[in-house]
Design a protein around this ligand. Structure first.
Ligand code: GLN
Length: 546
């Protein structure tokens, strides 16, 4: 008998009614439950914008730029997939309209379409399909989850939906559609309204797609009457209408889905036989969240929080999640405050308020706004022995602070802030100088995984317990090697250096001087996962909680 090739399965997750209803978490949670049934799962994010990647976008507008091992600058949802699926993804798992068009145009220029007229349809959807299949193959996935950004009914994502439709027509048993919808409860009416979901489902129909599963997001649990209504009007069976009320923690979502046996429903529809059912590890993590009582209070000092009248934390999502992972796994309840860095320049008296925190994080950032405030925070934490974790810019400003206030140098800065400072303790990386001069900004920073050698006997070594680590980077500036000797003589410890020894990757104060004052040029937050917490965040949280 000829052995039949295993058929690859694809689940498209699309959004209806409005943005921000939690498509990314839904896609990630579906991935987690399918994985728990014994399948290899991978995920792809489709962003409908023209930008080739997320790297050139303002974090206030777009949220965090999530960096992958291979240096791709992507959407924050990629972080959710990695965290829920406990895997590392690559640039094959991310696409934008810009990226798709760019490769179609390149292929056309190389005569790869063999003289044909290259058209928006079918060539763009075909390129999308070939990218989906490539990622699925590379990751060896049985099931590939594809989240289509945007909302059904808008112009932007229509070619991605067309690609999905084409895949469904070709292999109806291998492709499944999940519509994530929103069910509002208008305060004046006091009743759950399903009409927007009905419209969203019909709009999807207009693109030639029928939802197989509807995830109904709402502030409350969906009752039987509304479930029935959605099922009947959207042509899905009642079991395939999943109630997804707001939850305390996003990590509860997979198990909530399983309350309705969602993995069984999906596997049945995709004609897959489950190999096992193993939610043990995930359950253990969520139980830690439930049990956590003792608080650990962390302040994040940033500048990408304010958006008009609203305060957003999206720009620092991986930092926030990394803190939570480490805290929960130590049985602690993280209490996180967003602190506006500009306040600490305008009003230095405010620095005293930092005493009420068990630890302070100064995360990454770009440009000049808010930087002097961060420098004041770094100084205050150093002098008052408040546990401090600096990430990227948070390390650079700590070095500036040390050179100013311990080395007592005059006119010290990073050249990102002051081009003609007398002491440029943070300078531009040599290969970056040309790029900036030529205005080559897209995808051009020092990006992705690079190795760091860890010095024994340091906080960093205590945390990692190993001599070489690889971490994800995203920066143009670095500690100026002309100052390393002076800084080290004055007491600063560079506990992590690039293998060549010329790039400073981790700085810290000696353990006997400060309980925890450590900062990294790289971004450890991008590698923290619920089932694989990050050693540096673990160490920081452990000491903060004492
Ligand atoms: N702006 C700094 C640099 O480019 C820090 C970057 C960051 O924090 N990600 O080096």
């Amino acid at each position: 008998m000829v052995k039949q090739k295993k058929r690859k399965k694809y689940i498209f997750v699309v959004g209806g009614v409005m943005s921000g209803v939690g498509k990314g978490i839904t896609a990630s949670a579906i991935g987690r439950i399918i994985k728990s049934r014994g399948f290899e799962v991978t995920a792809i994010k489709v962003d409908p914008y023209i930008n080739v990647d997320a790297g050139t976008m303002n974090p206030i507008e777009h949220g965090e730029v999530f960096v992958l091992d291979d240096g791709d600058e992507t959407d924050q949802d990629m972080g959710n997939y990695e965290r829920f699926l406990n895997i590392n993804l690559s640039s094959d798992n991310y696409m934008t309209t810009g990226r798709v068009y760019q490769s179609v145009i390149n292929k056309e220029r190389n005569l790869e379409y063999k003289g044909k007229c290259v058209e928006v349809v079918p060539h763009i959807p075909m390129e999308i399909i070939s990218r989906i299949k490539k990622a699925s193959k590379k990751d060896g996935a049985d099931v590939t989850i594809i989240e289509v950004g945007g909302t059904v009914g808008e112009y932007q994502n229509i070619l991605f939906l067309e690609a999905a439709r084409m895949m469904k027509v070709k292999n109806p048993d291998d492709v499944l559609f999940v519509l994530v919808s929103y069910v509002p409860i208008p305060s004046k009416v006091g009743e759950m309204k399903t009409k927007p979901t009905q419209y969203a489902s019909r709009t999807l129909n207009a693109a030639g797609i029928q939802a197989d599963i509807i995830v109904a997001r709402s502030s409350k649990e969906l009752d039987d009457i509304r479930k029935d209504k959605i099922a009947k009007s959207c042509s899905v069976d009642k079991k395939s209408v999943i109630s997804a009320p707001d939850v305390e923690s996003i990590y509860y979502v997979p198990l909530n889905f399983e309350k309705y046996e969602l993995s069984n429903t999906i596997l049945k529809k995709l004609n897959l036989r489950a190999k096992k059912k193993d939610f043990k590890e995930w359950k253990k993590f969520t139980q830690n969240i439930e049990k956590a009582k003792k608080e650990v209070k962390i302040g994040i000092v940033g500048k990408y929080f304010k958006s008009g009248d609203f305060v957003l934390s999206d720009a620092y999502i991986s930092v926030i999640e990394a803190i939570k992972h480490s805290a929960f796994n130590k049985g602690l309840k993280p209490v996180i405050d967003w602190l506006d860095s500009e306040e600490y320049k305008k009003n230095p008296k405010k620095l005293k308020e930092l005493n009420k925190y068990d630890g302070i994080v100064v995360p990454g950032g770009f440009g000049t706004r808010g930087v002097e405030g961060k420098i004041n925070v770094a100084r205050y934490c150093r002098e008052n022995k408040i546990p401090y974790l600096g990430l990227c810019y948070g390390m650079q400003i700590a070095v500036v602070e040390y050179a100013r206030n311990v080395l007592k140098l005059e006119d010290v800065h990073t050249v990102e802030m002051k081009k003609n400072a007398t002491h440029k303790v943070i300078d531009i990386l040599p290969e970056q100088r040309k790029k900036v001069k030529n205005k080559e900004y897209g995808g051009s920073m020092r990006l992705g995984l690079y190795a760091t050698n860890i010095k024994k006997g340091t906080q960093a070594f205590d945390a990692y317990k190993t001599e070489i680590v690889e971490e994800r980077h995203r920066h143009r500036y670095e500690v100026n090697s002309d100052y390393v000797e002076q800084l080290e003589k004055a007491g600063l410890v560079f506990s992590g250096k690039s293998p060549s020894g010329n790039l400073m990757e981790i700085m810290e104060l000696p353990k006997k001087e400060h309980p925890f004052y450590l900062a990294t040029q790289f971004h450890p937050e991008f590698l923290s996962k619920p089932l694989a917490t990050h050693p540096l965040f673990d160490a920081f949280i452990k000491i903060a909680s004492k």
